[in-house]
Design a protein around this ligand. Sequence first.
Ligand SMILES: Cc1cc2nc3c(=O)[nH]c(=O)nc-3n(C[C@H](O)[C@H](O)[C@H](O)COP(=O)(O)O)c2cc1C
Length: 164
Amino acid sequence: MLELIKARRSIRKYTSEPVGDEQIKMLLEAAMAAPSASNRQPWEFVVVRDAKLRQALSQVHPWAGMAARAPVVIVVCGRAGASHHWVEDCSAATENLLLAVAALGLGAVWIAVYPDAERQATVRRILHMPQSLQVLCLVPLGHPAEMKPPHTKYDPAKVHYDSF
Ligand SMILES: Cc1cc2nc3c(=O)[nH]c(=O)nc-3n(C[C@H](O)[C@H](O)[C@H](O)COP(=O)(O)O)c2cc1C
């Protein structure tokens, strides 16, 4: 597990090889294994394979182009009405998802949508999502077409003992 955490990197290039339904289910099982405040699990996931929809999602902001090129995009959404902690809960689910991607030898990247209201509205419109649902991020994923070495960003200067 500790090796896998370091091996997870943001992968932005993918081959055209498809990602199977069974793999997507394994990824979503990992995502939904995340901790959540009061165990409310305020998350929803939209699995987007359709090329036109992915193309539209890739326009949400200038750093989202990978959504058009990945075979699958998982959109992580939160029910804000269900929990004050939906951001933390959905972020924990997203990190689990990214780690599971790495464990399966796939590659993915977290593309921010929240907290920008306009970008969230764009994603809602594309995917016909209810207004009440928040959009945390897009996760384009696929078989990696780039390799990055494992790393940690461990910095002892950021660690404080007993007082800041
Ligand atoms: C909240 C959040 C938002 C991010 N948004 C984007 C994004 O919009 N586009 C992108 O290419 N990468 C995005 N990233 C990925 C970061 O750029 C990446 O994690 C960082 O450069 C460190 O690289 P690593 O993930 O390989 O360790 C985001 C990451 C996080 C946690």
